[in-house]
Write a protein that binds this ligand. Structure first.
Ligand code: N01
Length: 544
């Protein structure tokens, strides 16, 4: 195999040029490491490059979904709306790449296919999709939690003669639905965002719903000069508040439980947040929504009542009311989703019992035999979340152990950062870290700072090799499970648990203790000389 032309002996190879990879590249370059990113897409942005379906917006507010580590970046960039659209977030990623001159150290359009650890050289050998290879002391997988699209387990896709588009693989030139009868499969965040956009264009939109989701209205609006003035005047308090909040969001931590107030007061408080818009702030009205089933049901009832209030047809409204415990799946944020059902060209097809049995030449057939003719089918069926991107790479660690083997019964790692048996290999916002349960930008920033400090420490101390100790890893996995078991999360099948992928181990993957607790723990580990990690000095490596 050819050593890539661009290849130099690397200190650190980063996989992925999303928000994690970009910030990590910047930090490590400033620390004068020899570092490079390998990115499959032709541009920076990660998930915001791959996902471009109409209606896509971030469910975290723009002023919070941006790097907070750079005062300069925050002062120079202007978001136009409260909840940013995908094109604007992608523009932001490009702006950051230009401003920090990142592209010169990013190899675009190339996928990492294999990474093999050598105990002799204490290096990773990485094989790339263009046939070239690279060697690095450390590898960091900054591949994102939601990067591998999931196809539904419905047979016969090859028979369908119309067009099938997955929301995560939307064509750059867009799709014209004018005059078409369109089928939409999937009613999670992606489905709820894309549906109103398709309904505006298509002749008919048929929504195949297996489970209705909870959604909170975005109440999106333009950001004004006044908003920015307030933001900059209060930026220190803003950051301080975000650092104390479990989800890393700028809202005060709730002090009251749902049942601590009268029914009238509860409704008033929830109504206030509902009218303000946004899921994170709505769910932070009370402190026990994710912990206490009765409290959870009371908040869920409130949302179901709003659905009934919005959808004109009472029978249809009932079908749209979710039944699982609220906030045990990612709560959606929508613009006009429930209102859309009052249009004549939208039909909801309940496939919770009468499942989609097959794709046919003309559309889909349900188990009952009922057929739907469709000119195009949109799959909003989500991702192989949290583990899919890493498992797609053939990663071979010590003694030939692969990540697939190590994670046969579910992901195991230390701090969500490192897997025992895979020295000098890290993941950013992986399972076992708060990632998807928080404002992921804040989670990324902490991981990148932690990793940068770690690499700097290893170099200063002449440490050639770092590896998660198995005992420490076991303790961490147990801690992550115990935290999840104290919540209502495990009660609902969701992608947090791998419930949506046949054969995927059913393990609650993210760290449910919140960002501040996670940060405190990870920072203490670092202060204590990377407690729980085995460090091997250069000299003993040379002797080994
Ligand atoms: O995917 P999902 P997503 N027949 O897994 C259905 C982030 N995100 O792309 O629930 C019929 O949530 C499935 O049904 P069920 C965000 O974190 C963020 O929407 O399994 N239906 C479900 O309805 C989010 O949570 C943003 O019964 C089938 C849907 O497909 C995550 O990405 C925007 C089926 C999958 O929902 C994933 O969201 C978009 C079948 N055979 C995404 N198979 C924002 O920031 C699957 N389904 C706003």
């Amino acid at each position: 195999m050819q050593e890539s032309a661009a290849a130099r002996p690397l200190d650190i190879l980063i996989v992925g040029a999303g928000f994690s990879g970009m910030y990590l590249l910047h930090r490590l370059r400033n620390l004068r490491f020899n570092v490079r990113i390998v990115e499959a897409a032709p541009e920076v942005g990660g998930t915001w490059w791959h996902n471009r379906y109409p209606g896509l917006r971030c469910d975290v507010e723009s002023l919070e979904y941006q790097y907070s580590w750079s005062e300069e970046l925050r002062r120079e960039w202007r978001w136009s709306e409260r909840f940013s659209s995908q094109p604007e977030i992608l523009e932001y990623a490009k702006f950051v790449a230009d401003k920090l001159d990142l592209r010169r150290d990013i190899q675009f359009g190339v996928r990492v296919e294999r990474a093999v650890w050598s105990d002799e050289t204490h290096r990773w050998s990485v094989s790339l999709s263009d046939g070239s290879s690279a060697t690095a002391r450390h590898v960091v997988f900054a591949t994102g939690a939601l990067a591998t699209p999931r196809m539904p387990d419905i047979p016969g896709v090859e028979n369908y003669e119309g067009r099938i588009i997955h929301t995560a693989q939307w064509p750059a030139q867009g799709v014209d639905f004018n005059g078409k009868s369109v089928g939409l499969i999937g009613t999670g965040s992606s489905g709820l965002q894309v549906a109103p956009q398709i309904a505006k264009q298509a002749n008919k939109l048929n929504i195949f719903q297996r489970s209705p989701a909870y959604s909170i209205p975005a109440r999106n609006r333009a950001l004004t000069k006044e908003d920015y003035k307030t933001f900059f005047e209060n930026i220190e308090e803003f950051d301080a508040l975000a650092m104390t909040q479990k989800g890393g969001i700028v809202v005060a931590n709730p002090t009251l439980g749902v049942q601590d107030v009268s029914p009238e007061e509860r409704k008033r408080m929830l109504r206030e947040r509902w009218e303000a818009g946004g899921a994170f702030t709505f769910l932070a009205t009370f402190k026990d929504v994710q912990m206490n089933e009765t409290s959870n049901q009371l908040v869920a009832d409130f949302v179901r009542d709003r659905i009934r209030e919005t959808v004109a047809d009472p029978a249809l409204a009932e079908k749209l009311c979710p039944k699982y415990l609220i906030a045990t799946r990612r709560t959606c944020v929508d613009i006009g989703y429930y209102e859309m059902f009052n249009r004549d060209n939208v039909e909801l097809i309940d496939v919770s019992e009468d499942r989609i049995a097959a794709f046919t030449e003309k559309g889909v057939r349900l188990a009952s035999g009922r057929e739907y003719a469709l000119n195009a089918i949109v799959l909003a069926t989500g991702y192989d979340a949290m583990t899919g991107a890493l498992l797609a790479v053939d990663v071979v660690g010590r003694d030939g152990l692969t990540v697939k083997e190590a994670w046969e019964n579910g992901p195991r790692n230390l701090l969500g950062l490192m897997i025992s048996g895979f020295p000098n290999m890290f993941t950013v916002t992986g399972p076992g870290s708060p990632s998807v349960l928080a404002n992921v930008i804040r989670a990324i920033e902490h991981h990148v700072d932690w990793l940068s400090n770690c690499f700097d420490y290893l170099r200063r101390e002449s440490i050639a090799c770092i590896e998660a100790e198995e005992q420490a890893q076991d303790a961490w996995v147990q801690h992550v499970n115990q935290l999840a078991d104290r919540t209502l999360f495990p009660r609902t099948p969701s992608w947090y648990i791998g419930a949506d992928i046949p054969g995927k181990p059913k393990v609650f993957m993210p760290f449910a203790g919140g960002l501040p607790a996670y940060r405190e723990h990870a920072d203490r580990v670092a202060r204590n000389g990377y407690e729980g990690f085995r460090l091997t000095r250069e000299k003993s490596v040379a002797q080994a």
